[in-house]
Ligand binder design. Structure first.
Ligand code: GLC
Length: 592
C-alpha cells in the first residue's frame, strides 16, 4: 500500500464542488443533507435492479442484517415477521442497501433465537410461510435489493427429525451416525467423552436416557444441548446441505451466510484440545477438511446464474488461516471480526485495517467491515466505555457507559467503515444509533448465553430489542396496534430514536447513514480504488481512495486541521472553524 503525503491546512474554500446540495455551505451536520438531483440520479443509477450480468455485486455491496424477530411486526403478535419486512422494504431502499442478510427464518423451537433449525425448508410460522419468503425475495429484488439467507450447518435443533430418529434408535445405529453419539468414559460411562468447552460456556456433551430409563450414550453440542452437532463425515449430511442450498438458490436467494463456518468438521478420535494446537490440528475448529466442503458449495453456487455468494462466519485469530477460506474456489467473503473487536484507538484500528487488507490481497477477496451484529454489544454502547474493545468473555451487567461519547464515536466509525475497500455490513438499528438495552428485566431474557453463564454474562438480548419506527411510546410502530407488547420490551427513551423522529432531524444518525451510502454509491473511487494512507498527526486515520476521495477520522482527543480539499462531502460532527473535532470523521473531495 502506498503512502501519500498531504500537508495539513485549514481548508481555504471548502464550499462543495460536488454533490452541491449535500452541503449548502461548509458541511455542518446540522444543515439539510438532501442530495442534489444530479447526485440522486447517480445514486438511483447505482441501485437499479440487479441483473445477472452484475457479477461482481458482492465485492463492494452494502449488506443490511435483518434480525427478523425484531425488525417489524406485520401481523400484530409482537414478533417481527416477513410481512413486516415486506412493508418496510421502501425504508431499506431509501437507506441505500444492496442486499439483506436474514438471520434464520426457518421452523425452530427458538432455543437459540432460530440458530436451532428443525426444518430448513419451512419458514417459522411466527414469521410467515414459504410464499411470503418467495414474495419478499421477489419484491426486494424489484427494488434492487438481493436476499442473503443464513444456513446453520454445524448443528440442527434437537427437534429436527434426524435427531429425534437418532434418539429413538439404538447406539451404533445409522440414525445416530449423523451426529456425534458416544459412550461415556469412566465407571458406568458417567464421564463425558472429552472436555471440550462450549462456545456458550459449560459442557459440550449431554447424556441420553435409554427407553428403560437408564443413562445411555452422550451426544456432542458445541452450543446448547438443543443444538446437537452434525457429523460432517457422514454423506447424508453433505448431501442434505447441498440440497438445502439448491432449495433456496432455486427460490432466488443471492447468497448464503454460513453460520459457525469453521466448526463443522471434528477430529473423529475426539481428543482433548491441546494447549497450542498447530494450524489445522484443533479437534473442532478450522480443520483442513472444511475446505473440501466449501469447494463443493462453491461449485454448486457457481452453477447458478448471477453471482450467488457464500459468506462465512469465521472467528479465527490467524489471518492466514482465515484467508484460506477465501481462495477463489471457496467462499466469496467472510466476516472480519478483528476490526469489530478492536478498541477505539487509531493505532489498533489501523493495524487491523492493514492486517485485513494484507490477508485478503493474496486471495483477491474483498474485505468485509462489520461494526456489530446480533451477537455483540451495540457500537454506541461499546464505544462509550473505558474498554471499547469487544470480547464475549468480558460482557458484564452494569458496565459504566457514556452514551453521548459512544454515539459520537459510532458516527465516526460508521463513516470510517463505509470508506474502507470491500463489503459493508450494517446491523439493523445501528443506522438509528440504538444503544444496547441493558435494563431488560432478567425475567424477559431469553439468550442461552445468559443462562449458561449462570447470569454473569448479560447475553445478547440487549442488541435484539425490536426496532422503534414511530410514535412516542412502545411499541413505537414495531407492531401497528399499541395494545401489543413486543417480545422484548423497548426503553421509553427510544421515542427520540424512532425512524420517524430521525427523519425529521438532518443531524440524526439515520441521515448520516443515508447520506454516507448515497455518496458511497455515487463515487466510483469508493468502490474500486485502493486505500493509501496519508501522513497525519498521531491519533488520526487519514487515507485516500483514488484521486478524489479522502477519509479523515480523528481519534486524537484534539481538534485537527483537514488536509487540502476541494469540498467536504460529509462529516460525522460539525467542523469547528474548519477543524475536525475529536471522535469525528470527515469525507473530503480532493479534486473535481
Ligand atoms: C453464530 C450465530 C449465533 C448463534 C451461534 C450458534 O455464532 O451468529 O447467534 O448463537 O452461531 O448457532
Amino acid at each position: 500500500m502506498a503512502t501519500r503525503n498531504a500537508a495539513h491546512a485549514i481548508p481555504v474554500s471548502p464550499r462543495s464542488l460536488y454533490l452541491a446540495a449535500v452541503s449548502t455551505s461548509d458541511l455542518d451536520f446540522n444543515v439539510d443533507l438532501t442530495l442534489s438531483t444530479e447526485a440522486s440520479a447517480m445514486a438511483a443509477q447505482a441501485a437499479i435492479s440487479p441483473s445477472d450480468s452484475d457479477a461482481l455485486w458482492w465485492r463492494n455491496a452494502v449488506i443490511y442484517q435483518v434480525y427478523i424477530r425484531s425488525f417489524a411486526d406485520g401481523d400484530g403478535d409482537g414478533t417481527g415477521d416477513l410481512a413486516g419486512v415486506r412493508a418496510r422494504l421502501p425504508y431499506l431502499r431509501e437507506l441505500g442497501v444492496d442486499a439483506i442478510w436474514f438471520t434464520p427464518w426457518y421452523a425452530s423451537p427458538l432455543a437459540d433465537g432460530g440458530y436451532d433449525v428443525s426444518d430448513y425448508r419451512q419458514i417459522h410460522p411466527a414469521f410467515g410461510d414459504l410464499d411470503d419468503a418467495e414474495a419478499l425475495i421477489t419484491e426486494a429484488l424489484a427494488l434492487g435489493i438481493r436476499t442473503i439467507i443464513d444456513v446453520v450447518p454445524n448443528h440442527v435443533s434437537s427437534e429436527h427429525p434426524w435427531f429425534q430418529a437418532a434418539l429413538a434408535a439404538a447406539p451404533g445405529s445409522p440414525e445416530r451416525k449423523r451426529f456425534w453419539f458416544h459412550p461415556g468414559t469412566g465407571p458406568g460411562g458417567d464421564e463425558m467423552p472429552n472436555h471440550w468447552i462450549s462456545n456458550f460456556q459449560g459442557d459440550t456433551w449431554t447424556r441420553t436416557t435409554q427407553p428403560d430409563g437408564t443413562p445411555g450414550e452422550w451426544y456432542l453440542h458445541l452450543f446448547t444441548p438443543e443444538q446437537p452437532d452434525l457429523n460432517w463425515e457422514h454423506p447424508d449430511v453433505r448431501r442434505e446441505h447441498e440440497d438445502i442450498l439448491r432449495f433456496w438458490f432455486d427460490r432466488g436467494v443471492a447468497g448464503i451466510r454460513i453460520d459457525s463456518a469453521a466448526l463443522l468438521v471434528k477430529d473423529s478420535a475426539l481428543p482433548e484440545v491441546p494447549e497450542n494446537p498447530r494450524p489445522g490440528e484443533h479437534p473442532n475448529t478450522d480443520r483442513n477438511e472444511l475446505h473440501d466442503i466449501y469447494r463443493s458449495w462453491r461449485r454448486l453456487a457457481d452453477s447458478y446464474p448471477g453471482s450467488r455468494v457464500l459468506v462465512g462466519e469465521i472467528w479465527l485469530p490467524d489471518t492466514q488461516r482465515f484467508a484460506m477460506y477465501l481462495r477463489q474456489n471457496e467462499l466469496h467473503t467472510a466476516f472480519n471480526f478483528d476490526f469489530m473487536a478492536r478498541r477505539w484507538d487509531a493505532g489498533a484500528l489501523r493495524e487491523s485495517i492493514d492486517a485485513t487488507l494484507a490477508a485478503h490481497a493474496p486471495v483477491h477477496a474483498p474485505a468485509t467491515w462489520v461494526l456489530s451484529n446480533h451477537d455483540v454489544t451495540r457500537p454506541v454502547t461499546r464505544y462509550g466505555r473505558e474498554d471499547s474493545s469487544f470480547a464475549f468473555a468480558t460482557k458484564r451487567f452494569g458496565t459504566p457507559t457514556d452514551l453521548a461519547l459512544g454515539t459520537r464515536r459510532a458516527r465516526a466509525a460508521a463513516l470510517l467503515t463505509a470508506a474502507l475497500p470491500g463489503t459493508l455490513y450494517i446491523y439493523q438499528g445501528d443506522e438509528l444509533g440504538l444503544p444496547e438495552v441493558e435494563t431488560l428485566p432478567r425475567e424477559v431474557l431469553q439468550d442461552p448465553m445468559y443462562f449458561r453463564s449462570n447470569g454473569v454474562d448479560p447475553g445478547r438480548d440487549g442488541c435484539r430489542v425490536p426496532l422503534p419506527w414511530s410514535g412516542s411510546a412502545s411499541p413505537f410502530g414495531f407492531s401497528e396496534s399499541s395494545a401489543v407488547a413486543p417480545w422484548l420490551p423497548q426503553p421509553a427513551s427510544w421515542a427520540a430514536l424512532t425512524v420517524e423522529a430521525q427523519e425529521r432531524d438532518p443531524s440524526s444518525m439515520l441521515w448520516l447513514y443515508r447520506n454516507a451510502l448515497r455518496i458511497r454509491a455515487a463515487l466510483p473511487d469508493i468502490a474500486d480504488s485502493e486505500l493509501a494512507w496519508l501522513e497525519s498527526r498521531s491519533g488520526v486515520l487519514a487515507f485516500s481512495r483514488g484521486d478524489e476521495f479522502v477519509n479523515v477520522t480523528n481519534l486524537s482527543g484534539e481538534h485537527v486541521p483537514l488536509p487540502p480539499h476541494a469540498a467536504i462531502l460529509l462529516s460525522s460532527s460539525p467542523l469547528e472553524d474548519g477543524w475536525l473535532p475529536p471522535d469525528s470523521t470527515a469525507w473530503l473531495r480532493t479534486q473535481r
